[in-house]
Design a protein around this ligand. Sequence first.
Ligand SMILES: [Zn+2]
Ligand SMILES: [Zn+2]
Length: 323
Amino acid sequence: MTVLASGSKGNSTIVSTSKTRILVDAGLSCRELFKRMRSVNEDPTTLDAVLITHEHQDHVQGLSVTARKLGIPVYFTEATHRAWMRWMTPRKRLTYAEWLEQRRQEAEKKKAEAEAQGAEPAPEMANPFYREQQLAECAVEEEELKSEEKQEADPCALPAVEYFRAGSQFSIGDITISAFTIPHDAIDPVGFVFQAEGVRIGIATDLGYMPPNVSLQLRGCDVLMLESNHDLEMLRDGPYPWSVKQRVMSRVGHLSNDAAASFLESHYDGNASYIVLAHLSESNNLPELARLSAEHALRDRMRLLRNKLVLAEQSTAIGPILL
Ligand SMILES: [Zn+2]
Ligand SMILES: [Zn+2]
């Protein structure tokens, strides 16, 4: 497993065997994804499929270009595919300049709201164009690809779409995948457990709390990628507007360091070789806080060859983790 990026500005991970290579989410521009793959000696052209957890921008923003450039199928639930198409379509009806202006106005409105609450703007808001820059890069790539393809391509066109259901098991090449429902404010969000060659890898990020069904799925994993999104105090005292804080803390928001730790302490079986703490917030968390909290929870179980803690990063690829 190689984590290309993890956090609210983009998520993408490669899970592979010697025969099959799957990209889980495509939350960076295609160019950036390829760049990061090359930085860890992964060849983008060897990918077999893209698998999507949910339709939030930080998981799909480079999807259409990446899938079309590589000519590989995309696996979604049907509801997520539809939500993704809705997300793709409206901005395509605008001219690029109109769309950028709309985003700029939204960013200003958000900033004004935050200031009205007496808060310092969050770093993303201090640079309200961050997401716009990312999206602009994706939009430019889409335009370039269209002219390469020499047709008025549908922005939602994909080489192939395969549906799976949350709660089901399916295979891509020699990898068996279990998709399970997670509590998050998307239309049909899922986590995954991958099994091949006697190895089990679990990915559970973007979940408001740890329900028993997810806890059960994550048993027996050799690699466990678990969300450790925020420190509750940093979030409470931090720069986000109250409505956003409420959303992050809610049962359909993101898993806090404390919630991740309480899972590790009480429900985790202690058998993973690696625990990857993921989707850390840049505004409301510090890598050291996430690490300490998990280490404390695992204090008696950090045996020599098990439970190595790894922190996924937003800005650089980490891995590969080899088993
Ligand atoms: Zn996310
Ligand atoms: Zn999300």
